[in-house]
Design a protein around this ligand. Structure first.
Ligand code: IDC
Length: 519
């Protein structure tokens, strides 16, 4: 019997790997999304079919009937005579008779067939059906599961075996969430994991991940589907329910140069390490938006859409740099933000950063503040509540000037930018002073390097900064997600945006930063 299972799974999943099409066939499974590969493999194997309208609905909770049916197809278990007319009744009956689960867990009378299946039960079914001989050592495996106490005793064996064999990994916080639901996309990754274990057997266990940087986690947490619209309460960024939230993630480099690292796969890779924020740095000068508006705007939209697909919050950054005074191109900025805010008015993912770093001969009162009033008005016509981030003179370090004379309006935050090799305690003091005056602060750009993007890396100094931000619940975005040969870049030269990134693909800076996405 055991051999038979192995044969079927190896054949079904193994073969499917070799005939993978370039794209998934469901219109809501975006090419490059973190689950595309798994969904495509399962579809090719004939184990999933999706909905009649051509969708797969990856974010929907998988039901008991769906989960058992897919497992049965993979195991080659034929339906028997069901007890009801439900579409899945035959497979449910066969699975029950095979002992994959007990009567009380999913009664054959069908009342729970259409309900979301709990994760602990799903894992039990999966392991019983497809990897029945796997075992996990109680002490070793239970220590990996932070919320082990929440697990019902009858699921210990299956869950420990699933952890030991690498079928299941915890979420970013090390939790298994035994009573939580599984999305359809997550379920596909479980099926794929187990299929790979089947096809690879006998295999040597994967090397232990390093202590400092987690390998990517596939269970996303802290994203938009969980937190909804953001709001600013006092100085604190909060989610829709009013709970404090700190967003953490990566900024792109200039998209006119390194746009390939804003693809859905690149963003998915970043999210897999725990980020819930992405920043699209649209340079205005330096060959950016002002010199080729349509082409650059199209890149922005593609990048924002890729972040949305991956459930991330995303900042649209009007990246002024050599054009130090935002007033120089205020009309272009107003038109751009009006268009973006109209496009994304119903999308809780998007934040607007209206001027990256004012610099040079520019003042808060005379330039940045009046500029901000115009840009904010344009956004607010379309999007009444999206969070708007406002810079300040001296490369967004003069938050004390903003604190002395803040703007009117809701859901506004003020950016503070720092580079750990250049800026230290003085600037941190400015943050505390500004907070004390009621100014909400958002670190939309910081680097582990010197302010020129090179030198270092300054990891000790960076750690002091991030601990400081964590203590204050301040959100941050790191510069930058690219493979440029400079120390602030997170990726080693030559790393492909379309590959799945492992620790060795990250630079020293990238390894440090990626390890800090989740607290
Ligand atoms: C730097 C890039 C570098 C590029 C330079 C000029 O790292 O490769 O040649 O811009 O375009 C900022 C800016 C950000 C800078 C970064 C590091 O927002 O554009 O990127 N930095 O110098 N402010 C402070 C530092």
């Amino acid at each position: 019997m055991q051999k038979f299972f192995k044969f079927v799974v190896a054949a079904v999943i193994g073969l499917s790997l070799t005939v993978l099409p370039a794209q998934a066939s469901f219109r809501d499974v975006a090419p490059g999304s973190w689950y595309e590969g798994a969904v495509t493999e399962l579809a090719q194997a004939g184990a999933i079919t999706g909905y009649p309208d051509g969708t797969f609905r990856p974010n929907q909770a998988i039901t008991a009937a769906e989960f058992v049916t897919i497992t049965a197809r993979l195991a080659g278990l034929s339906p028997t005579q069901g007890q009801t007319a439900h579409w899945a009744a035959g497979h449910m009956q066969a699975a029950l008779e095979a002992g994959w689960y007990d009567w009380d867990e999913i009664p054959p009378t069908g009342e729970r067939f259409g309900q979301p299946i709990a994760r602990q039960l799903a894992v039990k079914i999966l392991m019983n059906a497809l990897l029945p001989s796997a075992r996990g050592d109680y002490n070793t495996e239970s220590a990996k599961i932070k919320d082990f106490a929440a697990l019902d005793g009858r699921y210990y064996e299956a869950v420990l075996a699933a952890y030991a064999s690498g079928v299941v990994h915890g979420d970013n916080n090390g939790n298994f969430l035994p009573l939580g639901t599984l999305t359809r996309a997550e379920a596909c990754t479980l099926f794929r994991n187990i299929g790979r274990i089947q096809t690879n057997q006998p295999s040597t266990p994967a090397p232990e991940p390093s202590q400092t940087v987690p390998e990517p986690v596939r269970t996303r947490q802290g994203g938009v589907s969980e937190n909804g619209w953001l709001q600013v309460v006092g100085t604190q960024l909060c989610n829709e329910a009013g709970s404090p939230i700190a967003l953490r993630g990566m900024s792109s480099h200039g998209i006119q140069w390194y746009g390939q690292f804003t693809s859905s796969k690149a963003i998915a890779n970043t999210a897999d390490y725990g980020a819930n924020l992405f920043r699209v740095a649209m340079y205005t000068g330096e060959g950016g938006y002002l010199s080729q508006p349509e082409a650059v705007k199209a890149k922005v939209i593609a990048a924002v859409d890729a972040a949305i697909e991956n459930d991330l919050y995303v900042i649209i950054d009007w990246h002024i740099l050599s054009d130090g005074n935002p007033m120089a191109h205020v009309n272009e900025a107003v038109a751009f933000f009006r268009e973006m805010a109209r496009r994304y008015q119903d999308t809780p993912n998007v934040l607007y950063e209206i001027c990256n770093e004012p610099n040079g001969n520019v003042s808060w009162i005379g330039d940045v503040r009046p500029y901000a009033q115009r840009a904010i008005a344009a956004i607010r016509e379309q999007s009444p509540k999206a969070v708007i981030l406002v810079g300040s003179p001296t490369w967004s370090q003069d938050i004390h000037l903003a604190a002395a004379d803040p703007l009117e309006g809701e859901n506004l935050m003020y950016t503070l930018h720092f580079y750990a090799g250049t800026h230290g305690a003085n600037l941190r003091q400015r943050v505390d002073d500004a907070l004390a005056r009621g100014l909400p602060i958002f670190v939309s750009e910081w680097g582990t390097s010197r302010a020129d993007g090179s030198g270092g890396v300054f990891l000790e100094e960076s750690k002091v900064w991030l601990d400081f931000l964590d203590e204050r619940g301040i959100s941050w975005c790191n510069w930058s997600l690219c493979d440029k040969n400079e120390t602030s870049a997170a990726l080693r030269p030559g790393v492909s945006p379309e590959s799945s990134w492992r620790q060795e693909d990250l630079t020293e800076s990238g390894r440090f930063v990626f390890s800090r996405f989740t607290p």
